[in-house]
Design a protein around this ligand. Structure first.
Ligand SMILES: NC(=O)c1ccc[n+]([C@@H]2O[C@H](COP(=O)([O-])OP(=O)(O)OC[C@H]3O[C@@H](n4cnc5c(N)ncnc54)[C@H](OP(=O)(O)O)[C@@H]3O)[C@@H](O)[C@H]2O)c1
Length: 216
């Protein structure tokens, strides 16, 4: 993909999504944002189109995807995901709609405690997941089901998954780089910057990588 694209952003009111939306607009992209509560989005820009709606309800995906080059998902609802795989159900209808509209690319942000298909988390991350992060297990299982679906049933789409590790909403701590072997605890703004760069990176297609700060 080249620069200046039309993006559908899901989760634009979230901690990563707010940064991502601002960065994408600053970089000259057009953004259509789906938001349950549009008033939570504190960004105003001529190239930002905010559509009210929830992935948990009926959506006109054809209209949402009209003219869109790529979809970016930074979605999560920990409470809902305890009981239901909300994101997986949505992605299973999003991907066919992307095929119909000719939208080729999808970036999905999961977590570093979600295992990529066919892999096991390292022991220390498994321990974290089952102890201090156990309240997020539903979210990780949902993210893992999304990854399995993309891997097994959607390889015609140019998807990439960012298995992010995020610790705070502080200032930038440096540049996150794609990594299949290590993970850093980043800030939301650094993860958003990474997402925007990775979305335009053809070599990231069909990867489930984590991100780690570059050490020079
Ligand atoms: N937070 C972390 O520390 C962390 C770490 C690693 C990975 N992740 C992953 O990154 C992703 C995003 O995390 P985040 O912390 O940036 O998100 P977040 O702050 O929790 O925000 C989630 C976003 O998803 C939206 N959303 C949730 N359910 C929705 C629905 N039914 N319809 C439409 N929008 C909906 C929320 O909208 P509302 O504003 O309406 O609620 C919000 O914009 C998650 O998959 C998470 O697993 C997070």
């Amino acid at each position: 993909m080249t620069s200046s694209r039309s993006l559908l952003v899901l989760g634009a009111t979230g901690q990563t999504g707010q940064h991502f939306t601002r960065l994408a607009l600053d970089a000259g992209h057009r953004v259509r944002a789906l938001a349950r509560t549009p008033g939570k989005l504190s960004i105003f820009h001529d190239d930002l189109d905010v559509v009210q709606g929830s992935i948990d309800h009926e959506l006109d995906l054809g209209a949402l995807l009209d003219g869109v080059d790529a979809v970016v998902m930074m979605l999560g609802d920990v409470r809902a995901q305890r009981d239901r795989q909300v994101n997986t159900t949505f992605v299973r209808s999003l991907v066919p709609a992307m095929r119909r509209s000719g939208t080729r690319r999808l970036l999905y942000q999961a977590g570093g405690l979600s295992a990529a298909p066919g892999t096991r988390l390292p022991l220390v991350l498994r321990a974290v997941r089952s102890t201090i992060a156990r309240g997020y297990i539903g979210q990780h299982e949902d993210n893992e089901a999304v990854m399995r679906y993309l891997d097994e049933e959607a390889r015609d789409i140019e998807w990439m998954v960012h298995r992010a590790g995020i610790g705070s909403d502080g200032p930038s701590k440096g540049e996150l780089r794609r990594s299949s072997s290590s993970i850093s605890i980043g800030t939301f703004v650094d993860c958003a910057t990474y997402n925007l760069r990775t979305l335009l990176d053809d070599s990231a297609v069909h990867t489930f990588d984590s991100s780690a700060y570059r050490r020079d």
